[in-house]
Design a protein around this ligand. Sequence first.
Ligand code: UD1
Length: 426
Amino acid sequence: MDKLLIRGGRPLHGDIAISGAKNAALPELCAALLTAEPVVLHNVPRLQDVATMLKLIRNMGVTAERDDNGMVSINAGGLHTPEAPYELVKTMRASVLALGPLLARFGRARVSLPGGCAIGSRPVDQHIKGLQAMGAEIVVEHGYMIATLPAGRTRLKGARITTDMVTVTGTENFLMAATLAEGETILENAAQEPEIADLAEMLIAMGARIEGHGTSRIRIQGVDALHGCTHAVVADRIEAGTFLCAVAATGGDVLLRHARAEHLDAVVEKLQEAGVKIAPVEGGMRVMSAGAAKLKAQGFRTTEYPGFPTDMQAQFMALNCVAHGTAAVTETIFENRFMHVNELVRLGARIQVDGRVAIIEGLDGTARLSGAAVMATDLRASASLVIAGLVAEGETVVERIYHLDRGYDRMEAKLRALGADIERIE
Ligand code: UD1
């Protein structure tokens, strides 16, 4: 199994390109299932999760080709098996995104329940409830959601759906399903993430009628059929935010090409309060930092977009560990998303967890983290350990980086290009 070996203590300088967003590419690959015509996606990141999604849709009878420049061409004209088997779903919860499009186009789908997940139980009850409101009959049998339409119906019907909580993939499933439903669907309490707006733009390019995407109320008028399209995946705000935290911690001056500052307001504001200089520049963002010892730790609460993203909590915590002062970090989205804490503590961080709150006492510039062997436990936790390794004294070995590879496009190559001493070892 691959590991990362990091020798900490080098500032980061230079420029890198931010890749397309994982959380936009995954639903957009599923959106291609809504039409029998060819769909071309550009700026698709090279990630394990994308490879898994391609495997999942090919398994249904879809042709999907990718080139070396981030282009993926999909043709779901020959889709014969509207199913997502457990073997693939268990490695990637986002596979549930196939449910809405399959049901909308074929009137039936068989999708495995995602099962347990390290960062929390993450049920799919809202997905089921919303699609039922659109007329689907869904039973859960032998670990699968089996969705059909009532006898005599060939299409879902529009509905007003108000979810109990804001759910990102839930909103995406309803949005995709509603494009081909009969009549109007209104999504209340919809997620407002930029990835949802990007998906809606792609669906509109396919002929869908959607208004209000990017707000908490989305209206969709169903159409009879969607056609092919060409779409470029929006830049990954979480990858950009991860590099912002890395540069903030190590010190340096880096240009993040393609990064969209307007999608990172909550993170940028906290970094600026900490003492990091960040400026939007033509075609990207520039970040300058004198290093963590000059920064002030910042407390925050994770919330839905446009609040502070749960997907940035671990990386910002790594920064807090080496900054001045004490900060309280509250995780409100997932109940078990502090698994990086024990690993950060192994590197010398001072963190106490009480339920959903972590209190981080920064090292105040008087001491450094000290390199050690640590284990990645989930995707963003892995990124926080890499950031900690970049500032730790001596060697840090991050094990189980298959978690990192699920969601970051060649992270170590990008860090090396910025001057980090980091390598992948067997
Ligand atoms: C998406 C993102 C993930 C991010 C998360 C929160 C993708 C592929 N993944 O995950 O990176 O961390 O949003 O920003 O876009 N919930 C239920 N029942 C449901 C659905 C959700 O109880 O049917 C709960 C979840 O357990 C969680 C909360 O709602 O506590 C939010 O989850 P949700 O927004 O659905 O997360 P994902 O869409 O899975």
